[in-house]
Design a protein around this ligand. Structure first.
Ligand code: SAM
Length: 196
């Protein structure tokens, strides 16, 4: 009996992920929730005073990594568009604010958050977004970030999913900060920042 709580804590997010994947694979955009190694890499650069916005929080596995990096719950906001994932996130992280809005229009929907964050952690499936949507993601994220803020994005492709010309147009630069080789599928993590 004692083992049932941790087991359901693992199985519930996975079951929810599977159901959302079956109903809308293009929005979920991953074959499985992010693993621990990927969550740790996505939380690189974060510390106890970081103000963080997570886009496309899904089952909350990256959220767990962000909180494990000692980010305070009141300094973290989650954005998720799938109502079933929103409910799961609210149950799993009762002290973190969950915004049930489109990740590409956070700055327009919540203008008081402009310039507020040190890091945007994006779990959005970029390869499934159009070029225009990728541009919106960059514009939206960098409106929300403080001048020296960074965007962390993971991808399953070997090259950065944000095209060089899009980055150059906005005065941004991307660098690969690690590979989560044991993730399923293996994933590459990029840090995007303003060129000083
Ligand atoms: C690759 S999954 C994220 C997985 C998450 N990191 C995890 O480990 O469970 C992408 C997530 O982005 C969400 N999503 C896709 N488009 C979105 C949008 N425009 N606004 C907000 N969330 C979105 C999907 O519902 C899904 O939960």
């Amino acid at each position: 009996m004692q083992s049932s709580a941790p087991q359901s804590a693992f199985l519930q997010p996975f079951g929810r992920f599977l159901r959302s994947w079956v109903s809308n694979p293009a929005a979920v955009g991953a074959l499985a929730p992010s693993g621990r190694e990927l969550s740790r890499l996505m939380a690189a650069d974060l510390h106890a005073d970081s103000r963080v916005l997570e886009l496309g929080a899904g089952t909350g596995n990256l959220t767990r990594g962000i909180l494990d990096a000692r980010v305070r719950p009141e300094n973290l906001k989650l954005v998720e568009i799938d109502p079933a994932f929103v409910r799961l996130l609210q149950r799993r992280f009762a002290d973190v604010e969950v915004l049930a809005i489109d990740a590409l229009s956070v700055a327009r929907s919540l203008p008081h958050l402009i310039g507020h964050f040190d890091c945007v952690v994006s779990g959005l499936p970029l390869l499934l977004l159009s070029r225009a949507q990728r541009l919106r993601l960059l514009k939206n994220s960098f409106r929300l970030l403080a001048p020296d803020g960074v965007l962390h994005q993971f991808t399953y492709a070997a090259k950065c999913p944000l095209e060089r010309d899009l980055l150059a147009r906005l005065g941004l630069r991307a660098e690969r900060i690690g590979i989560a080789a044991r993730n399923f599928p293996p994933a590459f993590v990029y840090r995007i920042r303003r060129v000083q």
